[in-house]
Write a protein that binds this ligand. Structure first.
Ligand SMILES: Cc1cc2nc3c(=O)[nH]c(=O)nc-3n(C[C@H](O)[C@H](O)[C@H](O)COP(=O)(O)O)c2cc1C
Length: 368
């Protein structure tokens, strides 16, 4: 589809862009929210590669009274795309507080989480558990729409289980309450992440509402995206895990779905999959951004999973010693030297005994 070009070298939009209430997304491939992963440094890189939008990590609104500093860090905008902030909760007053905080940090869209399967979240009837109690879910949606001065969107699953595939019914009521876009992870809550996403079941939801629907689940490349769109009839796609270690993937799919090449101001970034020095530069930049976002001590821990994913994406397999050295090292320069070596760029004498700082930590220690 043709893009609409201005005379100034920028691309202002195309007929495949998703637009809600006058807010235009540059295309129709979105990065899914992933708690602990889609932080500001990651969202920024994904946006730079041309994603239509990214969604912040979920703000569990019941925690707002305690960890506000952390929340504000999570909510930081990441680039030029409309700033989408997700909130989760099961009590009206905390959801409304979440809206206020999101708006304070410049949210242009507020997304309600009705898809998270985590027991920690669902036990309190938040996330996907809300789909079991539609009336209650709708009261929360109404309260969020009422409290928000910006458009509200909803992320959900097909239903709680096979006996209650009520996604279409909830979507229809949510849109009546004012929700302006819906994204659907094409599994039930009881499936968690098992089996395959059933994109064709999203079609009933698409047909039940008049607003754009994004299909989500197991989309890892262009073929998946096209098939998911074809089977669901959705307006766009949302991509989560496939972007881990491959932050360019959402932008590549976005372009392939019809969005014009990245604006010139972007230097054409994202038009090819980075490799060699370019990939190393990207990883280094991501690593530095994580350290400055979280501070060095927490940052080196947060960065580990991303380093692992970059190596996996490049199909680099490390032996146990190499893995331990890389993932327990607390010296950023040494970490990048090791990445260079493992990715086949530059030479570092092996084994690497020069790294110290966090060696006492377990490699698998969970990240906060
Ligand atoms: C580690 C992780 C964290 C997630 N956190 C959230 C979240 O905070 N909010 C949400 O709505 N979905 C969350 N999800 C679900 C994803 O947004 C997405 O719906 C799911 O991963 C399926 O898409 P995918 O197959 O493209 O990964 C999370 C998924 C993962 C793997």
């Amino acid at each position: 589809m043709a893009a609409v070009r201005t005379g100034k070298g920028g691309v202002t939009g195309s007929d495949t862009d998703i637009v809600i209430d006058g807010i235009r997304f540059a295309g129709r491939a979105f990065l899914a929210p992933m708690a602990g992963i889609t932080d500001m440094p990651f969202r920024r890189i994904v946006q730079r590669f041309g994603a239509a939008a990214t969604v912040s990590e979920m703000i569990a609104s019941a925690n707002l009274s305690t960890g506000q500093g952390d929340m504000v860090r999570k909510l930081q905008p990441a680039g030029d795309a409309p700033h989408v902030v997700q909130i989760a909760g099961n009590e009206t007053r905390w959801m409304v507080r979440g809206v206020e905080l999101a708006l304070d940090t410049g949210a242009q869209i507020i997304d309600i989480n009705m898809g998270c399967p985590s027991k920690k979240v669902t036990n309190g009837y938040a996330g996907s558990a809300l789909m079991r109690v539609p009336d209650r879910a709708l009261r929360l949606v109404e309260a969020v729409v009422e409290a928000s001065s910006v458009p509200v969107t909803l992320k959900m699953r097909l239903g709680w289980d096979e006996e209650s595939l009520n996604g279409a019914e909830i979507a229809r009521r949510a849109v009546e309450a004012g929700v302006r876009m819906i994204s659907v992870h094409a599994r039930t809550r009881q499936q968690f992440y098992k089996g395959r996403a059933r994109w064709h079941l999203v079609r009933e939801i698409v047909e039940a509402v008049s607003v754009p629907v994004l299909v989500n689940g197991d989309i890892a490349n262009m073929e998946d995206a096209e098939l998911a769109l074809d089977r669901s009839g959705a307006a766009g796609v949302m991509i989560g895990r496939a972007a881990q270690g491959r932050p360019w993937i959402v932008g590549r799919i976005n372009r392939a779905l019809g969005r014009a090449p990245a604006p010139i101001s972007d230097g054409g970034r994202g038009s090819t999959i980075p490799s060699g020095d370019e990939l190393l530069g990207l990883i280094g930049e991501h690593y530095d951004a994580i350290l400055s976002h979280y501070g060095r001590d927490l940052g080196v821990r947060v960065a580990r999973k991303h380093l692992r994913w970059y190596l996996e994406a490049m199909q680099v397999v490390l032996d146990g010693t190499q893995r331990r050295q890389l993932l327990t090292c607390g010296q950023p320069d040494r970490v990048m030297d090791m990445m260079a070596r493992y990715l086949g760029r530059g030479v570092v004498a092996a084994p690497d005994h020069t790294c110290s700082g966090l060696e006492g930590l377990s490699e698998l220690e969970p990240v906060a």
